[in-house]
Design a protein around this ligand. Structure first.
Ligand SMILES: [Zn+2]
Length: 147
């Protein structure tokens, strides 16, 4: 399929899809191909590109080129890091200082499994890991946890 920019005898511009150029030529000048605005079937194909130059219609923006780094791993944008952390803690229950206790209760099935966050000292976190409990240490406290 190809899309053509068309213009009717009254100056209306529109687009139409055709299977091929032959398909367009077969329909052009017949009621099969009429202006959707006024019904005029004196339809011509605009030379390609003219619509972008004159109509002011905005073409779909090309995707911005992804930031590339040829010099090794990109340095993360702090805002992105913070956003990622927020996403991570989103939906987790803040259990504060009861974190090690809650983590154990969840791990041992004493309470329904859920995602929690809270505070644990490095020693406590280490102890949890030793028990096979997955603990993710965040490099900085989420803002809403600061009291
Ligand atoms: Zn028209």
């Amino acid at each position: 399929m190809i899309v053509y920019d068309l213009i009717c005898g009254a100056g209306h511009r529109f687009e139409a899809w055709f299977a091929s150029l032959e398909d367009f030529e077969r329909q052009a000048g017949t009621p099969l191909l009429a202006c959707p605005v006024c019904g005029n079937d004196d339809v011509k194909r605009l030379p390609s590109g003219i619509h972008t130059a004159r109509s002011g219609r905005t073409e779909p923006a090309a995707p911005a080129p992804a930031p590339t780094s040829d010099t090794g791993p990109a340095i993360p944008d702090p805002r992105q890091v913070l956003a990622a952390l927020r996403k991570l803690i989103d939906g987790t229950e803040n259990v504060g200082d009861r974190f090690p206790e809650e983590a154990r209760r969840i791990h041992y099935g004493e309470v329904p499994e859920r995602s929690i966050r809270g505070h644990a000292s490095p020693d406590e976190a280490e102890a949890l890991r030793d028990e096979g409990i997955e603990v993710l240490s965040l490099p900085l406290p989420p803002v809403d946890d600061v009291h």
